[in-house]
Design a binder for this molecule. Structure first.
Ligand code: PAF
Length: 281
C-alpha cells in the first residue's frame, strides 16, 4: 500500500495509473476508521483497479466552537486497517499541504447548505464541498464512494458534481450499524456508557417510522410525532431536528407518496456529542 503526503506525488502516481487504463476509485475520510468506512473501501476496491483513500481532518468544515482539536485521530491504526483491506493508496496531507495561509476560495452549494445540518452548522457544508472538490482535483478518480449516514453531505456533493460538471461518479452506500442498531460514527467514541445506551433511541425512532410507513402510514407530521415520542423517552437526548425530505430534491414533504422516496433525518446531542442518523422511508 502506497502512502502519499504530497499533492504533486499522489497526482503524478495516479496520472500514470490512469494512462495505463486503470480505473481509480476514491474514498475520502477523516480517519479514525470503523466498519462503515471499511465497507466503502471494500466496495471501491471490488469495483476498481486502484482504490485510493484519503485521511484528512478538514479544519474548514469545523466551526471554532466544534470538535476539530479533539476529533479522534490514529494514523497507525487506520493504515493497518486499510492495509488489511488491500487498499492500494492512502493520501494523508497536512493542513498546510491542503490550504495556504491566505486560502480564499470556497464552494457554496447555496440552498442545501443552510437547512437541517446547515441550520445548526452554518459553515460546515462550505468546508465539506471545498475540500471534496480539492480532493477530486488531486485524485481525479473515476468514481468516489460516500456513506448514506451523511445523507445531506452526499446530496450536496452530488449536486456540486453535477453543477460544476466534474467527471466523477458518486456512489452512495448504506449505513453500517453496531449490533444494537447505533449507526457507526467516529464520534461514538466520545459517548459515555449512559450516553451510548440513550443514543439507541435514534435508531429506534427511525425504525418505528419505517415500520409505520410499511403498514400504510403516509402522514409525515404523524411519523415525526411518533419518532419524537421515542427520542424523548431518553432523559438526556437534546433533539436538534427530526425531518422528512424527498430523496431526489432534499426538500421537506408532508406526505409519503411512494416507497423509498424519502429520508427521515435526525440529529441529537447526548452530552457533548452530536449524532446524526437517517433511514429511507
Ligand atoms: O464524511 C466525512 O468524513 C468528511 O465530511 C469528508 C467527506 C471526508 C470531507 O472532509
Amino acid at each position: 500500500m502506497k502512502v502519499f503526503r504530497a499533492i504533486d506525488e499522489v497526482r503524478g502516481y495516479l496520472n500514470r495509473k490512469k494512462m495505463e487504463g486503470r480505473i481509480i476509485s476514491f474514498v475520502p475520510t477523516m480517519g479514525y476508521l470503523h466498519e462503515g468506512h471499511l465497507s466503502l473501501v471494500r466496495f471501491a476496491k471490488a469495483n476498481s483497479d486502484v482504490c485510493a483513500v484519503s485521511i484528512f481532518v478538514n479544519p474548514a468544515q469545523f466551526a471554532p466552537n466544534e470538535d476539530f482539536n479533539r476529533y479522534p485521530r490514529d494514523e497507525a491504526r487506520d493504515l493497518n486497517l486499510l492495509e488489511k483491506e488491500n487498499c492500494d493508496l492512502v493520501f494523508i496531507p497536512s493542513a498546510d499541504e491542503m490550504y495556504d495561509n491566505d486560502h480564499q476560495t470556497y464552494v457554496h452549494v447555496r440552498k442545501y447548505s443552510q437547512v437541517l445540518e446547515g441550520a445548526v452548522r452554518p459553515t460546515h457544508f462550505e468546508g465539506v464541498a471545498t475540500v471534496v472538490l480539492k480532493l477530486f482535483n488531486i485524485i481525479q478518480p473515476h468514481f468516489a464512494v460516500f456513506g448514506q449516514k451523511d445523507a445531506q453531505q452526499a446530496f450536496i456533493i452530488k449536486k456540486m458534481v453535477k453543477e460544476l460538471n466534474l467527471p466523477v461518479e458518486i456512489k452512495i452506500r448504506p449505513i453500517i450499524r453496531e449490533a444494537d442498531g447505533l449507526a457507526m460514527s467516529s464520534r461514538n467514541v466520545y459517548l459515555s456508557s449512559e450516553e451510548r445506551k440513550s443514543a439507541l433511541v435514534l435508531n429506534q425512532a427511525l425504525h418505528t417510522a419505517k415500520a409505520l410507513v410499511e403498514t400504510g402510514e403516509r402522514n409525515v407530521a404523524h411519523l415525526i410525532g411518533k419518532a419524537k415520542e421515542i427520542i424523548y423517552q431518553s432523559k438526556i437526548a437534546q433533539l436538534d431536528y427530526v425531518e422528512v425530505v424527498d430523496i431526489e430534491i432534499f426538500e421537506r414533504i408532508e406526505t409519503i407518496t411512494k416507497p423509498n422516496s424519502a429520508y427521515m433525518l435526525v440529529a441529537a446531542r447526548f452530552g457533548k456529542t452530536r449524532l446524526i442518523d437517517n433511514v429511507v422511508l
